[in-house]
Ligand binder design. Structure first.
Ligand code: ZN
Length: 264
């Protein structure tokens, strides 16, 4: 395939995947912002109300908290020996009403946890894939190309999780997914990630990306879409199937056995 054909194909596939994404699974994502009453929590990803407060400290008589007074997250020290409370000017906290975790802000900047500024990874994304997803999210502002290349690696890891042969090239793995019966839209989404991520890793190529942060951001949505289609749908169907009465399931198994081609 020559460069022009790839470009045409990729652009077509991008438009298609964006359309599918926006129509089927676009859920409004509100990034964390200073003093906002509700946003998608950077810890749990849920759109939730946030309580805001300031941060204060107390000096202890013995010069520090002892280990038993510091909780696991090191956010809170407790002591009955406290002196006057001091307020740390410019340091604020927001507390998620869903997961109750603290985010720490210096002035209007979120410091902890690091602000990913992209949709959180899909809840069904395998851990080995979401690790790479987070890596990509951390660099997307500084390097959209780097993020795109990492998301291609994430896709490759996802194909392993879906049972594709790890020795195959990524193009062949997408072919394996086709053989497994994934929908043409998912295949297109995979190819957008594959081609864009590949081009991002080659400085001579400028297809699609051109240091375009928005394009890189949409790749995060695309990999979430692939997880939704390849993992979550099947999981939900299996759950619903398992809730059918046992007798009905046995009848279904019997019917399916009958329908299978007979061996010699
Ligand atoms: Zn939360």
């Amino acid at each position: 395939m020559d460069k022009k054909s790839i470009e045409k194909y990729s652009q077509r596939a991008t438009v298609c995947s964006e359309k599918v994404y926006s129509e089927e699974m676009m859920v409004k994502f509100t990034p964390a912002e200073f003093n906002l009453k509700a946003f998608n929590c950077p810890y749990c990803g849920v759109y939730a109300r946030q309580s805001w407060g300031w941060v204060g400290y107390t000096m202890l008589y013995n010069g520090g908290a002892n280990a038993s007074e510091v909780d696991d997250d090191c956010y809170v020290t407790r002591s009955s020996h406290s002196q006057k409370m001091q307020i740390l000017n410019g340091i604020n906290i927001s507390v998620c009403e869903h997961c109750h975790k603290f985010s720490i802000w210096i002035k209007d900047r979120l410091m902890l946890p690091p602000n990913l500024n992209v949709d959180p990874p899909h809840e069904d994304m395998p851990a080995s894939v979401s690790t790479i997803y987070h890596e990509a999210a951390e660099i997307v502002d500084a390097s959209p190309r780097g993020a795109a290349a990492l998301l291609r690696v994430a896709l490759e890891q996802l194909t392993h999780e879906l049972g594709c042969d790890p020795d195959n090239r990524i193009n062949e793995k997408i072919g394996e997914l086709v053989a497994k019966g994934v929908s043409p839209d998912v295949t297109k989404a995979c190819d957008v990630l594959r081609v864009t991520g590949n081009n991002a890793a080659h400085p001579a190529e400028t297809l699609l990306l051109d240091d375009n942060r928005d394009t890189a951001i949409s790749l995060f949505q695309i990999i979430n879409y692939i997880v939704e289609q390849t993992i979550s749908h099947a999981k939900r169907l299996a759950d619903m199937h398992n809730r059918l009465p046992e007798g009905v399931r046995l009848q279904i198994d019997k019917r399916n056995l009958k329908a299978l081609p007979k061996g010699d």
